[in-house]
Design a protein. Structure first.
Length: 471
């Protein structure tokens, strides 16, 4: 028998479709200008392939849609909450569960309850809303990524780890009570969606507890992190994913979850902890800002769908397909000479924009230049993860554009088209200008900033890329 090339087959069938269209190039230019050159202002109907975020943009399963019908909408003591609490406790080993409307809601009430001005919160790397919510209470976020994370080409397996030597030094030199919590984001979104190893999690917990701090994990993409642990950490090669998850959570004192990622729902999240004092400190703020303890700003049917999604997400076939889609894109872009963060992460492809758009100085936001080019050239919406997003913080090690892949939404053909658009931009990147900020708020400016190009843009007539396959 002749040798067969492996084919990635999605572990699901498509029951419902949504039409999408690609606007003509001249219209894309016009929409981008109307949006002040900020993709967050674009209307979704004007976007062809939307890779702005994987947060809340996935497709729910038939079991989740069925759970919506069965949701209990009681204000207090909802059966849907009881189902969610049972799933979360079984998964994390944490008996205290507080639902929230999404991840930043968890960050808001958790940090408001447990942090004080002048305190410091170290992390492998804080993402934008985490950083902003820590600063909002007067504390200081500190990023301690491992040195390997600074090299986007390095094929190290766990570039999302925290630097335990630097963490130990910070904890040793801190005043008593100055570092109440240590954060780990799994996977590390800000630095290329890279995973965190089980050994690094264990060492971080040991250090935190030695110095009287608690380990808090941002677990928005916990299932993807567990999949990478099994793939890349030899001791876990034959361990079931659910057991890997339970061991990972066993090191944490609390976790914050945006269920819009690995909860497989459009809205929702939770705070979980194994400590009664943490629960009691956070609960009043949850009632004040999110809702009662058993609904947290969510409808009962949303709680029910979340409970189902948290069980579905550890399906090995699903994770293999999802991670495989990202890896295929990374490999193909690398083959074409387009600079990307390697190895592939779990939820997104990260293009190293300051290399691809090396004619744009950092002050003119090369990541934003590429983000605008992606939409204008091909109708693809992505997200800058660089100096524009970071604001006045310390400059990131490199300027990235994140192509976040929604869960169970796009086919390989959709993503092959995105690769083609990037390849076309890479053939003549210097026609695209940089950008300057016209106006922006002091906090999380990238969401609502108005921008303007620093030079002329190319003509739309040169960017009507064919949709048909074939080189």
């Amino acid at each position: 028998m002749s040798e067969w090339k492996p084919i990635r087959v999605p572990p699901f069938r498509i029951k419902m479709v949504e039409p999408i269209r690609r606007l003509p190039a001249a219209d894309r230019w016009a929409r981008m200008a109307e949006a002040h050159w900020n993709v967050f202002y674009l209307r979704s109907r004007d976007v062809f392939i939307d890779l702005l975020t994987d947060s809340g943009t996935g497709a729910m399963s038939d079991a989740q849609w069925a759970a919506l019908v069965m949701g209990d909408e009681a204000y207090a003591g909802s059966q849907s909450f009881e189902a969610l609490r049972a799933v979360v406790e079984d998964l994390t080993g944490m008996p205290y569960v507080l639902p929230v409307h999404q991840g930043r809601g968890a960050e808001h009430v958790f940090f408001k309850a447990l942090l004080r001005p002048g305190q410091v919160v170290p992390s492998n790397t804080h993402f934008d809303t985490t950083r902003a919510n820590i600063r909002a209470v007067g504390a200081t976020p500190v990023d301690l990524p491992v040195p390997e994370a600074a090299d986007p080409d390095l094929e190290a397996p766990f570039k999302g780890d925290i630097d335990v030597d630097r963490l130990a030094r910070l904890l040793r030199e801190a005043a008593p009570g100055q570092v109440p919590i240590v954060m780990l984001t799994v996977t590390n979104n800000a630095l290329g969606g890279q995973p965190v190893s089980m050994e690094n999690i264990r060492q971080t917990a040991e250090l935190a507890h030695r110095y009287g701090a608690r380990l808090v994990m941002d677990i928005a993409r916990f299932a993807e992190n567990c999949y990478f642990i099994r793939q890349r950490e030899p001791a876990f090669r034959s361990v079931p994913l659910r057991d890997i998850a339970r061991q990972m959570f066993s090191y944490a004192d609390a976790c914050l979850m945006s269920a819009k990622k690995d909860g497989l729902v459009p809205i929702g999240g939770f705070i979980a902890t194994r400590h009664a004092d943490v629960y009691e400190a956070v609960a009043p703020f949850l009632i004040l800002h999110e809702g009662f303890l058993t609904y947290g700003g969510l409808a009962g049917h949303e709680l029910a769908a979340m409970a189902v999604g948290l069980q579905e997400v550890l399906d090995e076939a699903y994770l293999a397909h999802r991670v495989g889609q990202v890896a295929t894109m990374v490999d193909e872009l690398h083959r074409r000479g387009i600079p990307v963060v390697r190895p592939a992460g779990g939820h997104a492809v990260y293009v190293v924009a300051d290399r691809l758009m090396d004619h744009v100085p950092v002050e003119a936001f090369p990541g934003q230049a590429l983000t605008v080019a992606l939409y204008c050239a091909g109708g693809v919406r992505a997200c800058e993860v660089g100096s524009l997003l970071m604001g006045d913080d310390e400059r990131p090690p490199y300027e990235l554009v994140r192509l976040a892949i929604p869960r169970r939404v796009y086919t390989d053909e959709h993503l092959a088209y995105v690769v083609r658009v990037l390849a076309a931009i890479a053939e003549r990147p210097r026609v695209w200008p940089g950008f300057r900020v016209v106006r922006a708020p002091a906090v999380l400016r990238h969401f609502t900033a108005h921008l303007a190009p620093t030079g002329p843009l190319p003509s739309p007539t040169d960017w009507e890329l064919p949709l048909a396959e074939g080189d």
